[in-house]
Design a protein around this ligand. Structure first.
Ligand SMILES: CC(C)(COP(=O)(O)OP(=O)(O)OC[C@H]1O[C@@H](n2cnc3c(N)ncnc32)[C@H](O)[C@@H]1OP(=O)(O)O)[C@@H](O)C(=O)NCCC(=O)NCCS
Length: 206
């Protein structure tokens, strides 16, 4: 069955939750919440993270391209505004040279452990970028890893340098031994009924 993609939303939350539950909450209960927390924010545990994530999704403050094979979600690519996703890795090094925050960040991937190596993360990234264009486009940053060989897949939750190069991102600067800031600009493909494209709007701050 061909892969499809839908935005993470109130409607797709049950499929997302089934995928996370299949993997014991991800890292024992992260529920894809860690990038939403302020650095140093108190850790709460799996049940609280699940509730926090569901609330953010229902409020439209947690975004992802959720990849489906038939009715089952098989992976996602998380994205959001800098305000929605403040907790990037290597943040101190990042902030030493940070300028204007990007309009969007791509922070995290997760693919069903039975479906890795099929190109699903690369597909999820393409779909996330299409969704960002539909939401108004603008500057997009990512913070992928470069190891130059096979490594544990849990090191690659922010994606690989190669994935982002293939998606048109350019290296901006290195912020850790294996971690880069990469960036590109996306067009605004926001459509208003009967009016065609409208002026680009920045993502809503929480
Ligand atoms: C890393 C991960 C997203 C890759 O997903 P995937 O669908 O297997 O990736 P793809 O098949 O689209 O491959 C994308 C690229 O990553 C590379 N890649 C994938 N797994 C790799 C590994 N273990 N080591 C090195 N490179 C790897 C592929 O070779 C490919 O490179 P290319 O574009 O140069 O060909 C997946 O293994 C995963 O979900 N890991 C767990 C991440 C995690 O713990 N997330 C928790 C949230 S913080």
């Amino acid at each position: 069955m061909p892969l499809t993609s839908k935005p993470l939303s109130r409607d797709t939350w049950p499929a997302f939750a089934r995928l996370v539950e299949k993997h014991n909450g991800i890292f024992g209960g992260c529920w894809c919440i860690s990038f939403h927390l302020e650095p140093g924010e108190k850790r709460h545990g799996a049940a609280a993270y699940r509730a926090m994530k569901e609330e953010l999704v229902k409020e439209g403050r947690a975004h992802a391209a959720l990849v489906f094979d038939g009715p089952d979600a098989v992976g996602w690519c998380q994205f959001g505004s800098a305000a929605e996703l403040p907790n990037i890795r290597s943040k101190k090094a990042y902030e030493r040279e940070a300028g204007t925050p990007p309009d969007w960040r791509v922070t995290c991937f997760f693919i069903d452990r039975e479906r890795r190596g099929e190109g699903i993360a690369s597909f999820a990234l393409r779909e996330a970028l299409r969704e960002i264009e539909r939401l108004g486009g603008g500057t997009v940053e990512a913070y992928p890893e470069e190891y130059g060989g096979k490594v544990s897949s849990s090191f690659l939750c922010s994606g690989t340098l190669g994935m982002f190069e293939k998606a048109g991102f350019k290296k901006a600067r290195k912020i850790a031994m294996h971690r880069w800031v990469m960036a590109r600009r996306l067009r605004n493909k926001r459509e208003a009924p009967g009016r065609g494209s409208v002026a680009r709007r920045r993502p809503r701050a929480p």
